[in-house]
Design a protein around this ligand. Structure first.
Ligand code: PMP
Length: 402
């Protein structure tokens, strides 16, 4: 059984965690009532771990669009766009994304993970050099493995470290690919994009920004961090997903480089996998329209995010560095993390459990994600549940209560 021996340590670690009757690895959401409410076993919960930033998963227009598409286009495309052809709706969505981002072109992928693999893994090959923020998402690391460039990690959110590393490269710096994220998925903090753009302007390189968690969340029109900071012209490629604020599944890349169209003939994660289901594309098109038409959703989201961040900070929890729709609550050992997360469900709140190595710093955390669809009362309920947990997990707030 040598093939499976490599999983032994993983199996032991997981077994140790579930010994006490807790099983965080097989969570079953038994019912979904709305973007913000569901049932897990006997517990009715407020959903605060969904990435459903604008709450559009139950938007009537998006549901209607998906239903119509199911009726007229069927349940799936049953193949890749290269082999089976693109549906008109794939192309229409690409045109709408290009228009929304004010870019020359857009390319749709089957997931955000595949968008990163398909763009980064194709553009960055052997002999190329990628400089990436150390906290970049797994899909960016996997994309580098696929393409095989040399990679240099710079310290998280440290433009000076990026600059130092680029200066060492001399002439080579001109052609590097720099990759950062708009909002980081675990800590909820934003890239110092102005400073990074400044380094790029002086030393060169191409800048790719994964705006998976910031599209619909940041910027006057919801185009993400680059819009928020007024540096869109300096970003070569924006990568994103349909699985968060747009409430469905799929991914995309937009760019002003005309050569991007050539990726359709070279990108294996685009060519060798089935294209997104037409109903998913239809709901994304409707959600994109709603996102553009209703900027107040973004305001609700931020008002909820600030309310939750302040409420949890006032309780003495250790949080991420800034108020954000992604709010990590830092805990201790994996065992404490699992117990905390489980108890929170019993108190009516569902969040994401993140264990090392997925969490930074070797400590467990629970990750809250806020939605525009949360009512202020639901945010209060979340805060109340965290309050109720303080006497049960005193270490989580030790030395932090003001
Ligand atoms: N990039 C980042 C920064 C992400 O957080 C994620 C998903 N959590 C992805 C890409 C992948 O997106 P998808 O779920 O659409 O595959």
């Amino acid at each position: 059984m040598a093939l499976f021996d490599k999983f032994e340590k993983l199996a032991q670690d997981r077994a140790a965690l579930v010994q006490s009757g807790l099983n965080p690895f097989g969570t079953r959401i038994d019912e979904i009532f709305s973007p913000t409410e569901g049932r897990i076993g006997d517990f009715k919960v407020v959903l605060a771990g969904t990435n459903n930033y604008l709450g559009l998963t139950f938007d009537p227009e998006s549901i209607k669009a998906a239903q119509l598409s199911l009726k007229h286009e069927g349940t799936g495309t049953t193949g890749s766009r290269m082999a089976n052809g693109s549906y008109g709706s794939h192309m229409a969505l690409e045109a709408e994304l290009a228009d929304f981002f004010q870019r020359r072109s857009a390319m749709v992928f089957s997931t955000g993970y595949l968008a990163n693999l398909g763009v980064i893994g194709t553009l960055a090959g052997p002999g190329d050099l990628v400089l990436l923020d150390a906290d970049c998402h797994a899909s960016i690391y996997d994309a580098c493995k696929l393409g095989g460039p040399e990679i240099i990690r710079f310290r998280h959110n440290d433009a000076a470290d990026l600059e130092r590393r680029m200066l060492r490269l001399g002439e080579r710096a001109r052609d590097v690919i720099i990759i950062v994220e708009g909002i980081y998925s675990m800590l909820g903090d934003q890239a110092p994009l102005k400073e990074i753009v400044d380094v790029k302007r002086r030393l060169g390189g191409y800048l790719l920004v994964d705006e998976a968690h910031s599209v619909g969340v940041l910027g006057a029109h919801g185009r993400g961090l680059a819009e928020e900071l007024g540096v869109e012209a300096d970003v070569d490629i924006v990568l994103g997903t349909f699985s968060k604020s747009l409430g469905a599944i799929g991914g995309f890349a937009v760019s002003h480089h005309p050569e991007m169209d050539l990726l359709r003939y070279a990108s294996r994660p685009y060519i060798f996998t089935a294209s997104p289901s037409p109903s998913s594309i239809a709901s994304v098109r409707a959600s994109l329209k709603t996102m553009r038409a209703r900027p107040e959703l973004r305001e609700h989201l931020w008002s909820n995010a600030r309310q939750l961040y302040k409420g949890l900070a006032d309780l003495g929890y250790r949080l991420g560095p800034q108020a954000s729709p992604v709010i990590p609550v830092m805990l201790g050992s994996p065992q404490e993390g699992v117990a905390f997360w489980q108890t929170l469900i019993e108190h009516g709140v569902y969040v994401n459990l993140v264990l090392p190595p997925a969490s930074p710093g070797g400590q467990a955390l629970v990750r809250c994600s806020v939605s525009a669809a949360h009512t202020p009362e639901q945010i209060d309920r979340i805060i109340r549940a965290f309050d109720e947990l303080r006497p049960i997990f005193p270490a989580a707030v030790a030395g932090n209560q003001g």
